[in-house]
Design a protein around this ligand. Structure first.
Ligand code: HEM
Length: 392
């Protein structure tokens, strides 16, 4: 059980104070059309600051960027009030290294609520280390870390208010909707990467850990919903690899590269990505196969010599024939054989591999699958020439 001392009150104030304040705004201030669209635009701007900036640039270094781009994304991400680049990226690198374990700050195995918001409300011990030397040595990152509080207040509340105030004289709307309510939406949208993206969807590339791929999560998280891909290939600047999949974060980074703001966009080789996908497809097929009866595996069958096969036929009356070194019991199949009883009866006590494979008729998969349920024994040694069918 947690006590009040375990609670991170600073985070509680931000996470619960902003929705309460947003409700006050909805109840008291009319939402003007211009303010609505400004709030939506600012939602995307600050959200992309987290996804294209904090996440794909600083935490994963999945592409290179000019200082101008870094400043734009840092300003945007600061307006999302999710902590400094240094704090956020450190936690995120730990999350990738220790996914689903006790050391993972947003460990999805502790439940949806924990991974969504609980991990910020309850103070956590620093029990994992990860290399953030690149962030520690970056003066821009250090500047943001040092002046975070005034920067965050300005970008989250003052700037959106100034735009709506000076723009169309809606100071209160700018504050409540583009500032506070927008912040609540950005928060929960990006928190869904830690929660929803570990619960909803498919294990496209790996099923050893919880991250999953789902279009709905991508829709909510500015494209971060192809999370199984992301955990497999975190250094890839994309989350969605198909052109029809929703990943506005990838599009933003790519468009920025057209004007030289970003460059060296990293992509994992398509061949390796496909190997991962095929691996999971194979696994699913194997699971389906386990639900079907494929008879006794050949290597587990008893071993008989040709003369023992002959003895069995005369002693038990079983209708045994040999195809490709395996003895089949066709006793119950005689009347149902689509090729007729005659062929099978004539095949009893003989090696009819050649006839079965085209000598008489080249059997389709249906026959080959059906045969597995008729396996009787494995043949050891040779079959006398006179008992072997020919290609005629
Ligand atoms: C365990 C042994 C066998 C099984 C399970 C089996 C099963 C089948 C099945 C399911 C078909 C339908 C079509 C297809 O799947 O290709 C078929 C067709 C046929 N089988 Fe077999 N077969 C066996 C052995 C033989 C042997 C030894 C011969 C001949 C020496 C033979 C001759 C034929 C012929 C001629 C047809 C074609 C029927 C037609 O469409 O006109 N089969 N068999």
């Amino acid at each position: 059980m947690y006590t009040l001392n375990d609670v991170d009150w600073k985070h509680v104030v931000i996470l619960f104070g902003t929705p309460a304040l947003a409700l006050v705004g909805f109840a008291t201030v009319p939402l003007r059309t211009a303010t609505f669209w400004w709030a939506v635009a600012y939602y995307f701007f600050t959200g992309l600051g987290i996804t294209a900036g904090y996440h794909r640039y600083w935490a994963h270094r999945s592409y290179d960027a000019t200082r101008v781009w870094q400043v734009i994304l840092m300003a945007a991400g600061t307006g999302a009030v999710e902590g400094t680049v240094k704090w956020w990226s450190r936690g995120h690198r730990i999350h990738h290294r220790f996914t689903d374990t006790e050391k993972d700050p947003y460990n999805a195995k502790r439940g949806f609520l924990w991974s969504h918001i609980g991990w910020m409300i309850i103070k956590q011990k620093k029990n994992a280390t990860v290399d953030i030397s690149d962030l520690s040595s970056d003066p821009l990152v250090a500047f943001q870390h040092k002046y975070y509080l005034p920067l965050a207040v300005f970008m989250a509340f003052i700037f959106p208010t100034l735009v709506a105030g000076f723009g169309w004289n809606d100071w209160a709307g700018g504050f409540f909707f583009a500032g506070v309510a927008r912040l609540v939406f950005v928060h929960h949208a990006t928190f869904c990467v830690n929660s929803l993206a570990h619960y909803l969807g498919e294990f496209t590339f790996d099923d050893r850990r919880t991250p999953k791929d789902h279009f709905l999560t991508a829709l909510v998280t500015l494209g971060e919903g192809y999370h199984n891909f992301h955990h497999e290939f975190p250094a890839d600047y994309r989350n969605a690899i198909k052109f029809w999949q929703y990943d506005p974060t990838k599009w933003t980074i790519w468009f920025a590269s057209l004007v030289g703001l970003t460059y060296n966009l990293k992509m994992f080789p398509a061949n390796e990505i496909e190997k991962g996908r095929i691996h999971m497809m194979q696994k699913k097929l194997d699971d389906i196969k386990k639900t079907l009866d494929y008879g006794v595996p050949v290597e587990e069958l008893p071993v008989l010599t040709f003369s023992q096969v002959k003895e069995r036929i005369s002693e038990t009356g079983k209708q045994l024939l040999i195809i490709s070194g395996v003895v089949y019991d066709v006793s119950k199949f005689m009347d149902d054989h689509p090729g007729g009883k005659g062929f099978l009866r004539a095949a009893v006590g003989r090696d009819v591999t050649a006839s079965f494979n085209g000598g008489v008729y080249d059997h389709a998969n249906a026959a080959r699958n059906l045969m597995s349920s008729m396996r009787y024994a494995r043949l050891e040694g040779l079959v006398p020439e006179a008992s072997v069918s020919r290609e005629d």
